[in-house]
Design a protein around this ligand. Sequence first.
Ligand SMILES: *[C@@H]1O[C@H](CO)[C@@H](O)[C@H](O)[C@H]1NC(C)=O
Length: 274
Amino acid sequence: MSNRCSMQLLVNLLLLALSIGDSWQQLTTEADLDFEEPGFSIGPRIVGGRRARAGQFKHQVSLRHRGQHTCGGSIISRNYVLTAAHCVQFGSNVVPANQLAIQAGSLNLNSHETYVDVAKVNVHPRYNGGGVGYDVAVLRLKSNLNFNANMGSIELARNDPPTNSSVVISGWGAIYHGGPISRELLYIQVLSISRNQCTSRYMRNLPETTMCLLHGANLGACHGDSGGPAVYNNQLVGVASFVLGGCGREAPDGYERVSYLRNWIVANAELGSA
Ligand SMILES: *[C@@H]1O[C@H](CO)[C@@H](O)[C@H](O)[C@H]1NC(C)=O
């Protein structure tokens, strides 16, 4: 665990050093990710999140590395989960599948109800560290999930959410920068902003594969939310990748674009007919 922490810290320091003016952090529990709402919402937090209801995020899973929650993920079929590449690859080392598992079908991080080991890790071949896109991986599960009212797959979006539309993000990540992770699944609404607005105002070097989801202060994704879902119109539109600056800052969070990466996901998660 401490090895991983220092590795992730190193990665973050490198990123900060390499991207002048664009200070961003990844969102594993070893790094940073923040979510915020678009300024108009009141309530508890993911940072600033509300408590999810049973069945509201059937696709949400907790990714476990050696039993510890490190990231979120989304169920995309009975035996595949989509998460962020940086959740399962540190430097050039891919985490062995036998150190990974997922918890599904529960709002409570410690319910241990449905707990399934990972059989195979498949990182996008163009992933090359943080901040340059292609930050997705698919995980094949050892056994099929039995879908029920609280557990099911989510459809992969073919299009990005429209500019200025409200998108929902969820996770068990830290409830403030440097704070504890949440025991209950939390969610908030964020605003999908245009690529142009994002590059001109927030991140000049926004990767082609990444979208910007804007939120107000004291809202947004945070450490432990990485790999988790962004949903629009009941479809998965994004995968949590990084936060700009720090959790709860009034700035966009970077989410990988499912529309852009869909073909690779479909091919590598054996979603032949999707
Ligand atoms: C989105 O919102 C921004 C800021 O309010 C505005 O400038 C822009 O015109 C809007 N774009 C669309 C497509 O509605």
